[in-house]
Design a protein around this ligand. Structure first.
Ligand code: URA
Length: 455
């Protein structure tokens, strides 16, 4: 029953959901269609999303919501099944998470075919599409058949989610981001998996990040979400694996859109920091594994290293950017994409070891600078961001520069204060030790079989 839904119906539907009525694809599609055709206001759709987030959804309802997010096309017409494995990858997001920009060209350089549909920033976590929009001219919106054409030509494409590919996810995404509905596991799962089904890839690797700067508070919630993602992907015929990663400390040294692209390019030139390298390697290994199940892990790691050492991974990134119409001058000329109008140094407030760097404070600072959206109609500044010049576990003296804030020259005081607050300085033995990335597969996760799924 995809009957038209109006204002009175949505209120009654929300009331019924609260009393336990089952959400079906038909009902969810009716709500989403009503919103997209202007019959429901933002606040009514937000109330619906908040109801789903608060009440939780049963697994069958999450499958139905994912179908509704996909809309009538249901992923048909995207990547054709031609017997050659196509892999996608998706992160739940975190502060400084630029892994897609690294692992997609890296595994493509090993011959893995990658078709990736990405999202934008959610809350304090940046999004791949916001980052890639820092590359002038880069085309990111594709129809399903354009995605297929790009993949056939180059075996690598990154595109944006859009109303044409995942109408329901696109309609709800920004509203979730600005209304406190981003941490609901069922909504995250439907949002991510709908994008993967829209691509019609064979296999997906999910990067599920946890900690104060990520959507999931702790490792156990991340493990439960990984289980849900793997099970939901499986319900749509996808072979899925997941990696759990610690997002409590920013990943790498750059936070902000263009700044993260530049860091990813530096990584592909061989200059990545240890944690970023460990996380990218863990994800890349899983992406190669789902494509080449018989290849031993040690051999995969050797091939990944030689793709960086030989420059093949960087060439693959340049090829993708060029093929999608992007200006590659800043990569080839070495100048980079991040050109902020102004930079402010942040100095250590004491002498000692850097015992912690709070993702939450760094993420909030990046939002204040305009690197992400606080309200749905905010405009992102691609050059806004932060570069951490000193790292967790390093010794600093009072007054040393520990970070640089990139801004537009106006009113960056609050952001600078947040960056300063993000650094804890103390005794060496109190330094935080972030968890190592942990690969999990279907056998390792314990998806909830019945009952409501919450955060
Ligand atoms: N990425 C998405 O695409 N959706 C979410 O809800 C979270 C991360």
């Amino acid at each position: 029953m995809n009957d038209a839904i109006g204002v009175d119906d949505i209120l009654e539907h929300i009331e019924r959901l609260r009393h336990g009525e089952t959400l079906t694809t038909e009902r969810a599609s009716a709500v989403l269609d009503a919103y997209r055709s202007g019959r429901l206001a933002d606040y009514q759709l937000t109330a619906w999303l908040a109801t789903l987030a608060g009440r939780g959804l049963r697994f069958a309802e999450i499958v139905d919501l994912t179908r509704a997010y996909l809309g009538p096309a249901r992923g048909e017409g995207a990547v054709p099944r031609d017997g050659r494995t196509v892999v996608d990858k998706h992160s739940t997001g975190g502060v400084g998470d630029k892994t897609t920009l690294i692992v997609v060209p890296l595994v493509a350089a090993l011959g893995v075919r990658v078709c990736k549909l990405s999202g934008r920033g959610l809350g304090i976590a940046g999004g791949t599409i916001d980052k890639l929009e820092s590359v002038p001219g880069l085309k990111l919106e594709f129809t399903a058949s354009e995605l297929a054409t790009r993949l056939a030509a180059d075996d690598i494409v990154i595109g944006s989610f859009s109303g044409a590919l995942v109408p329901g996810d696109t309609a709800t995404y920004d509203l979730r981001s600005v209304s406190g509905c981003v941490r609901s596991a069922p909504l995250i799962a439907a949002s991510i998996v709908s994008k993967k089904v829209a691509v019609n890839a064979d296999a997906v690797v999910f990067d599920v990040r946890y900690g104060a700067g990520a959507l999931l508070a702790d490792r156990e919630s991340a493990r439960r979400l990984a289980g849900l993602l793997v099970r939901l992907g499986g319900a749509f015929g996808l072979r899925c694996r997941a990696v759990l990663s610690d997002g409590s400390v920013p990943l790498g040294t750059a936070v902000g859109n263009a700044a993260e692209i530049d860091e990813a390019i530096g990584f592909l030139r061989g200059t990545g920091d240890r944690r970023l390298r460990a996380e990218c390697e863990a994800l890349a290994v899983e992406m190669v594994r789902v494509s080449e199940p018989d290849e031993p892990e040690q051999r995969i790691r050797e091939r990944l290293r030689s793709a960086i050492d030989s420059g093949a991974a960087l060439s693959m990134l340049v090829r993708m950017l060029e093929a999608q119409g992007g200006d590659t001058g800043p990569v080839l000329g070495g100048g980079g994409y991040c050109r902020p109008k102004a930079r402010t140094s942040v100095r250590a407030q004491g002498t000692g070891w850097i015992t912690d760097i709070s993702s939450l404070d760094i993420g909030r600072a990046a939002l204040k600078l305009g690197a992400g959206k606080v309200s749905a109609d905010d405009v992102i500044d691609p050059h806004a961001g932060i570069r951490l010049t000193r790292h967790l576990g390093e010794h600093v003296a009072e007054g040393d520069v520990i970070a640089e804030v990139f801004h537009d020259g106006r009113d960056s005081g609050d952001a600078v204060a947040l960056v300063s607050r993000a650094f804890s300085i103390g005794r060496q033995e109190d330094c935080r030790v972030p968890g190592e990335p942990e690969p999990v597969s279907e056998g390792d996760v314990h998806p909830q079989e019945t009952g409501m799924v919450h955060v």
